[in-house]
Design a protein around this ligand. Structure first.
Ligand SMILES: CC(C)(COP(=O)(O)OP(=O)(O)OC[C@H]1O[C@@H](n2cnc3c(N)ncnc32)[C@H](O)[C@@H]1OP(=O)(O)O)[C@@H](O)C(=O)NCCC(=O)NCCS
Length: 197
């Protein structure tokens, strides 16, 4: 049943989808540390982690696995958060220059990075895992020489909009993005030329 629903949604999304997204940015060195309310350990993941990471998702597993392999192919790095050796959180960092995925074409500068695909297991939500993951990603981006980092959230996603602010991300802009017959409209996003905070 779940498979059928997820298939119908995918077909529908191909014909038409519309979203309003908030774009946020941060100067990596200005990040704020947030304490997770569980003993969380984060490390960089490898392709072999995909299967165990996907135990966290309860819907559309095969499409998630395909999507995560594509993110590796596009040069993104995966990070996994564990509680008692159980994967409970995932986040992705893109340190290249141009990225097309998640319905967007993102262009960033050499000293910038883009965060995407963050997810916390439903049983572990509300424990500051997401902001802790963001902090870790920013720390790693800084180690790679990145000065600024960006991400986008769904306007209606209260949890993600709250989580990014806990770490100190600043709001940059709001954008309406349409997708129809596989084409994305208004989905080219370039990192801002001016400072955003
Ligand atoms: C968005 C998401 C990553 C946040 O993860 P998280 O680890 O729960 O983040 P936080 O602990 O900071 O909680 C964020 C907010 O979720 C809400 N929350 C609290 N308990 C919750 C629970 N049991 N279940 C769901 N949300 C809860 C609270 O409003 C909380 O804010 P608060 O701590 O200021 O009260 C998570 O909800 C998720 O994986 N959602 C599905 C994927 C997604 O939307 N990703 C978007 C990333 S941009």
């Amino acid at each position: 049943m779940r498979k059928i629903i997820s298939y119908i949604l995918r077909v529908f999304k191909f014909f038409f989808s519309y979203g309003i997204f908030n774009f946020y940015g941060i100067v990596c060195s200005q990040k704020l540390q947030v304490q997770p309310r569980v003993p969380l350990k984060i490390r960089q993941g490898v392709r072999e982690d995909i299967l165990s990471v996907n135990e966290m998702y309860f819907m559309g597993k095969s499409s998630v696995i395909r999507g995560q392999n594509q993110l590796f192919d596009k040069g993104c790095q995966m990070y996994v958060g564990f509680v008692d050796n159980r994967p409970v959180s995932v986040g992705w960092l893109f340190c290249g220059s141009e990225f097309f995925g998640v319905g967007l074409r993102v262009k960033i500068k050499p000293d910038e990075a883009f965060i995407l695909g963050c997810y916390t297991h439903p049983d572990f939500r509300g424990k500051n895992i997401y902001p802790s993951m963001l902090y870790y990603l920013l720390e790693d981006a800084e180690k790679k020489g990145k000065k600024k980092c960006f991400l986008h959230t769904d306007l209606c996603n209260k949890a993600s909009n709250a989580g990014v602010k806990k770490v100190g991300f600043s709001f940059i802009e709001r954008r309406h993005i349409f997708r129809s017959f596989g084409q994305v409209f208004n989905g080219n996003w370039n990192s801002p030329a001016k400072d955003f905070n």
